[in-house]
Design a binder for this molecule. Structure first.
Ligand code: GLU
Length: 296
């Protein structure tokens, strides 16, 4: 049985892009006799608000979407995340990092001007604190510091051996922003050089989106992940983590981003284009389907 999920963060009102994601996942679950799950991604507590969570439930119901109860809220999963962070720390896959955004920008500034190399999480980490990696596994996870994945070490264990160099794979049934589809391959060199040592445990909340999403998709038995193309590159990180932790890799369907008339991606700040605003203007769920190009 296929298991689809929609995993919004309650940091603003849902817009057309969210409706598109949720409807695609819902339609896929319905037409395949599968399950549809809703997960509230509220690890970033200061940015999350109960009224936005309530609006998610109301908007989805209005759209005609039904989900299994109880809803998983990531804020209730924090101790299970810490357990995995500790395991990764003990296995010497993480290092503590003190660098501020400014330190990273300075250390990464190209000598000839130009722009630093950007990965899915911003500037690719220049490696400054990597030499602080826990070597003995004897001391506990440091508090008050970000913990980064040592990508090269992780790839050594997590990559699938291949004659042309070690690789990571996932199946894409939608497409990335450059039309990537089918069996997607990522080399360890790409992961190390273009993505780098990403943060797995933020200093403030002790976890990051990447680790939480991978753990919860596995915990909830998600078989199909439907989400925007902006997360296509980040999926390579997710596959590294899945292989490293012995978790299954779901099938991914990345979809087009819904843009405004100027071609700008919709943002949660744009309340005038929220699902709630359209509801209040008297539009119907069918109108929303048509606006995002789902006419069936
Ligand atoms: N919580 C993420 C967001 O609202 C979604 C992440 C995902 O679908 O993997 O953008």
């Amino acid at each position: 049985m296929i298991v689809e999920r929609f995993a919004p963060s309650p940091t603003g009102l849902l817009h057309l892009g969210h409706a598109y994601s949720a409807l695609l996942a819902w339609d896929s679950a319905c037409s395949n006799g599968g399950q549809f799950l809703l997960r509230i991604e509220d690890i970033d507590a200061p940015r999350c608000k109960p009224e936005f969570e309530q609006a998610i439930y109301e908007d989805l119901e209005w759209l005609g979407i039904h989900w299994e109860k109880p809803v998983l809220k990531q804020s209730r999963q924090l101790s299970s995340y810490s357990y995995v962070v500790e395991k990764l720390w003990d296995a010497n896959k993480l290092f503590a990092c003190d660098c501020s955004r400014k330190d990273i920008a300075i250390a990464s500034a190209p000598q000839e001007g130009g722009t630093p190399l950007m990965g899915p999480d911003g500037i690719v980490y220049p490696g400054t604190c990597r030499n602080m990696i826990s070597s003995s596994g004897n001391f506990s996870v440091p508090k008050g510091k970000a913990l980064r994945l040592d990508m090269a070490t992780a790839c050594m264990v997590a990559a699938v051996p291949n004659l042309g160099g070690d690789m990571f794979y996932f199946t894409e049934i939608g497409s990335g922003s450059n039309r990537e589809t089918g069996l997607i391959e990522a080399t360890t060199a790409e992961l190390i050089n273009n993505i780098g040592d990403i943060v797995l445990a933020r200093k403030d909340i002790g976890i990051s989106y990447h680790l939480a999403v991978v753990l919860d998709d596995a915990f909830q038995g998600v078989t199909h992940v439907t989400r925007g193309q902006d997360l296509f590159e980040a999926t390579k990180i997710h596959v590294v983590l899945q292989n490293l932790l012995g978790l299954p890799t779901p099938i991914y369907r990345h979809h087009k981003l819904i843009r405004d008339e100027n071609g700008k991606r919709l943002a949660k700040r744009d309340d005038a284009r929220s699902i709630r605003a359209y509801r209040e203007q008297g539009l119907t769920p069918q109108d929303i389907r048509e606006m995002v190009g789902l006419t069936s």
